[in-house]
Write a protein that binds this ligand. Sequence first.
Ligand SMILES: NC(=O)c1ccc[n+]([C@@H]2O[C@H](COP(=O)([O-])OP(=O)(O)OC[C@H]3O[C@@H](n4cnc5c(N)ncnc54)[C@H](O)[C@@H]3O)[C@@H](O)[C@H]2O)c1
Length: 334
Amino acid sequence: MINNDINFNDKTILITGGAGFIGSNLAFYFQDNYPDSIVVVFDCFRSEITFSNNNLTSFGHYKNLIGFNGVVICGNINNKSDLSLLNDYKFDYIFHHAAISDTRVYDQEIIMKTNVNAFTDILNKAKDDNSVLVYASSAATYGTLPSPQTVGKENPENPYGFSKFIMDQIACRYINNNKNMTIVGLRFFNVYGPKEFYKGSTASMVIQLGHQILDRKAPRLFKGSEKIERDFIYIKDVIQSNIKACKPHSSGIYNIGTGKPRSFQDISDILQKELGTNLGTEYFPNPFDGYQMHTQANINSSKEVLGFKPIYSLEDGIKLYVPEIKKLHGSSNK
Ligand SMILES: NC(=O)c1ccc[n+]([C@@H]2O[C@H](COP(=O)([O-])OP(=O)(O)OC[C@H]3O[C@@H](n4cnc5c(N)ncnc54)[C@H](O)[C@@H]3O)[C@@H](O)[C@H]2O)c1
């Protein structure tokens, strides 16, 4: 269990986006470690509607919550009457993870409404309930700025990153105007691990390459992948950050990564080692402009203020994840 001296038993906890990857892991963290907590998941789940990039408009999936015995509310954060369903509860802690999480959606209106406008409603609910609020920001706020990415120097280069940066600015104003509130934004870098499968093609390269290898195909990587480095962080460290964020020395925005960039080639090589294959690699040209070639979270303030300490190396995380990757191989994403 992650230690930060909070006993969440008997606490009422809201997790928006709780049917998604990070949110559902958090829901089970509370269920497993604090069985007397009251955990409310709020998520619109998935419809069959897609964006023009052919990805679903939301990735929440009931299968992420099989075995969860808390409260589940299906609702859209853009819809005030759905949000009013939360008024039956007074929350001690709110974890706001609901968002359009697909970085390659270019419908700016829907991204801004979902990620930004709804955030103000969540902040107001936290203020009314006197809840601690932890919310998901993103490394996409940095765009292609050189490493190490540091809070205070942002340059988003897609609508998603822009929406998260605007959320952070709203949060900072709210923090200034409500000094008694605890509000923490977590800028996640590249998260991987169990329960991301239902994000489809937006799930991490770890599961995508893992499934290619299990198909006995050479993993497909962009040319020069040994030089494309990202800060990959295992889901358990991300859960740790959410818990530590509940008791920060001060409210604010914090990076959540390992601080140790690794290449896509490393992921492929570690997977091949774990899966006992030697399939080589198939390289193809990178079709994307504005691609992040290197990320490395500056986590100094996250360590000092939150007490966050990443534990899992890429090798450790992949090793722990491989059984789930194998279990899901060949199964339907529907
Ligand atoms: N996974 C990562 O690598 C990563 C990196 C940076 C930031 N983040 C952020 O962390 C949060 C969680 O990400 P994730 O990887 O679990 O993504 P996810 O897509 O699995 O989870 C987001 C959840 O929000 C729900 N949702 C979307 N629109 C909604 C709406 N209008 N109303 C209610 N629910 C809605 C989805 O159904 C989904 O369950 C997101 O805010 C995301 O932007 C994730």
